[in-house]
Design a protein around this ligand. Sequence first.
Ligand SMILES: C[S@@+](CC[C@H](N)C(=O)[O-])C[C@H]1O[C@@H](n2cnc3c(N)ncnc32)[C@H](O)[C@@H]1O
Length: 261
Amino acid sequence: MSSGNWVALEEDSGKIFLVEMVDDMTKIKGLGVFNPTEIIGESEIGEEIVIGQKILTRVSPRLPELYKGMKRRAQTISAKDAGVLITRLGIGPGDIILEAGLGSGGLSLHLARVLGNSGTLVTIEARDEHAEVGLENLSRAEQCLPEFPNHHHISGDICEVISNIEDLVGNVDGIILDLPNHEPAINAAARLLKTGGRIACYCPVTSQVERAWETCESNNLEVEWAGELMERQWGKASKGGMRPVNGPFGHTAFLLIAYKN
Ligand SMILES: C[S@@+](CC[C@H](N)C(=O)[O-])C[C@H]1O[C@@H](n2cnc3c(N)ncnc32)[C@H](O)[C@@H]1O
């Protein structure tokens, strides 16, 4: 699909606004009310656009822009953890991946990018108000990315929709669980995993990672790796040289990856 319907605009601060190119007065949070077709028109990538008091640059709506400009409700998984989840699970074109919960779809955007047209993404979300945001972000991605997986979304608790998932896609190559209570979700979903497939649990606190570890083992899944990823950004120092930037050096979550023999 072409990205013709969506335009990404970047502020000097790096903030991204995603604007749908409709020919009508439209309210865009942070930019005000304007007609996108009249103001943005046929501008090129890299061109400056003035909207009210703001000077913005038109940029390509690629994965980083889609992520930065996404609607947010539930806490999202960012590039630091998404990248390692994708590589440690070996996710790529043609795979069938099950993800719960969808939340705002931060991880789903990353998964959609690597799965491409030949992949399948099944998202599950218990809360409709979260799904609404996540599905809106995925719909924008479908219009902007050059390829997009076959996507199925199921509303409900993952523990209660296992047979629906099985009917839709059969067994899966990978499962990623970002939800508060991993234990029942692992117990329910483990049987969907193909031999040689992997499951990942995203666990903000240590009690979750410990329970996820024990539950994986009791389902005959071999824990391959558990831990956290530390990211420290560097920048130019005011008096010359490079140093870690000021700012929080925070924790996101512990990741646990288990393998099905
Ligand atoms: C932290 S959010 C997921 C964020 C998402 N990974 C992202 O990157 O945007 C966790 C989501 O899991 C959903 N959830 C919690 N328990 C669930 C369950 N048993 N089945 C399905 N979804 C569940 C919550 O409603 C919430 O939206």
